[in-house]
Design a protein around this ligand. Sequence first.
Ligand code: CA
Length: 225
Amino acid sequence: MRILIVEDEAEIVRFLKLELEHEGYEIISASDGRTGLDLALSESFDLILLDVMLPELNGIEVLRRLRREKHTPVIMLTARDTIVDKVTGLDTGANDYITKPFHIEELLARIRAIMRTGVFQTIDSEIIKIHDLELDTVQRLVTRSGETISLTKTQYDLLEYLMRNRNVVLTREQILNKVWGYDYLGDSNVVDVYIRYVRTKIGDTNDDKIIETVRGVGYVIREKA
Ligand code: CA
C-alpha cells in the first residue's frame, strides 16, 4: 500500500511517516501543493493524505485538479474544523477528512476504512441503468449514451440516491438527510440547486426530463415503459 502525504509541516510529515511505515505502508511525501499534484498525477498511490493549507497550490485546488483525471482516494487534513472546509473538501471529491490535531489511531482507522471501500471493492462493479443513463456505483462513474459525465461528490451522491430509488418520489428532507447528512444546518433549497446542477451536467434540460419535479414534494426518476 503506497501513500502520498502532501503536507508542509515537517513535524507532522515526520510523525506520519514514522507511524505509517510502522504499519507497513510505503510513504512518499511532498511539502507543497504543486509537487504533490505532480506526484499524484504521474505516479500511482493507494491513498493521498492532503493538507488544506499548503504553499504553491492549496489542498482544495490540488484535489480539484486531481479529480479531473484520477479517483485516487483522498483524506483531507484540515487545521480548522469549519463546515466550509469540510463541505468544500467533500464536495470537491475528498473521500474523508480529519481535523488536526488528530490521534494516529483515528487516522489509521479512517485509512483502513478507505482501503476497504476504495480499493478492494473495485473488483466487481454494480451498474444502475435507467434509460440511457448509467451509474457504476463502485467506480462512481456516470455515463449517458456512453459519454462520461463528470460530477462532484455531492452531485453524484444525489443522482445515485435518486436512481437507487427509481419510481419512488423522494422529499427534499429525505434527499437532504441522505446526501448532506442529518447534521446539515443549511437551507433545504440546496437540494433544488443541486438538482439543477445535475440536470445540466447530464443534459436533462428538455421537457421530457429524467429527473422529474413533483411540485410541493420533491423529485423522482421514473422508469418509463
Ligand atoms: Ca499546512
